[in-house]
Design a protein around this ligand. Structure first.
Ligand code: ADP
Ligand code: MN
Length: 176
């Protein structure tokens, strides 16, 4: 709800399949646009916002309510980049822009293999990218006019995406 917005600086969600470059892009954008980068995975670990470890998926079981409670005050203030591989449990009103990073399959495959992903974890993530699951989730969870898909295959793509988004931040104005 635009009318409820009190923040003076925008909040951005950067989402996408693991390995598409969310953390790389978010931290570069945080520097370029003087925003604060919050990687949800790190926050969950640091503040114990989970319900234990999922052995099968090899990740923490995120407690979504705890994460949202933890972030509410920061998000209200604005100027935050949220970096997460999911987007459907955050309040819609938090974000002024939702960026979905996308990577060509063979490139993503190499990145995830390098990261040590294998078996079901590897194939699930590749499938997630092929079927554009995160783009669909973003379009279902937010107004389509704030959702943007950006290619993230090369380092040039990162530089261009950061520049485009930093420009957007600079030109963003709160609704009075
Ligand atoms: P995510 O946070 O989405 O899981 P990362 O930002 O951690 O992805 O990137 C995963 C790996 O891929 C890192 O080694 C990073 O340097 C590399 N990488 C990410 N995006 C790109 C890109 N657009 N071009 C080249 N390398 C990239
Ligand atoms: Mn990451």
């Amino acid at each position: 709800m635009a009318q409820d917005r009190k923040r003076q600086r925008p909040n951005i969600l950067i989402t996408g399949t693991p390995g598409t470059g969310k953390t790389t892009t978010s931290s570069a954008l945080a520097d370029a646009a003087q925003l604060r980068h919050v990687a949800i995975g790190d926050l969950v670990k640091e503040k114990n916002l989970h319900d234990g470890w999922d052995d099968e998926l090899q990740c923490y079981i995120i407690n979504e309510d705890l994460v949202c409670d933890e972030l509410e005050d920061f998000m209200e203030e604005g100027g935050i980049i949220v970096d997460h591989h999911g987007c459907d449990f955050f309040p819609e009103r938090w974000f002024d822009r939702v960026v979905v990073l996308q990577t060509e399959n063979s490139i993503l495959y190499d990145r995830l293999t390098k990261r040590g992903y294998e078996g079901a974890k590897l194939s699930n993530n590749i499938e997630c990218e092929i079927f554009q699951i995160l783009l669909e989730e973003a379009k279902e969870s937010y107004q389509e006019n704030i959702v943007v898909a950006l290619r993230s295959d090369t380092v040039d793509d990162v530089a261009r995406n950061v520049e485009t988004l930093a420009d957007w931040v600079k030109n963003w104005h709160p609704v009075s």
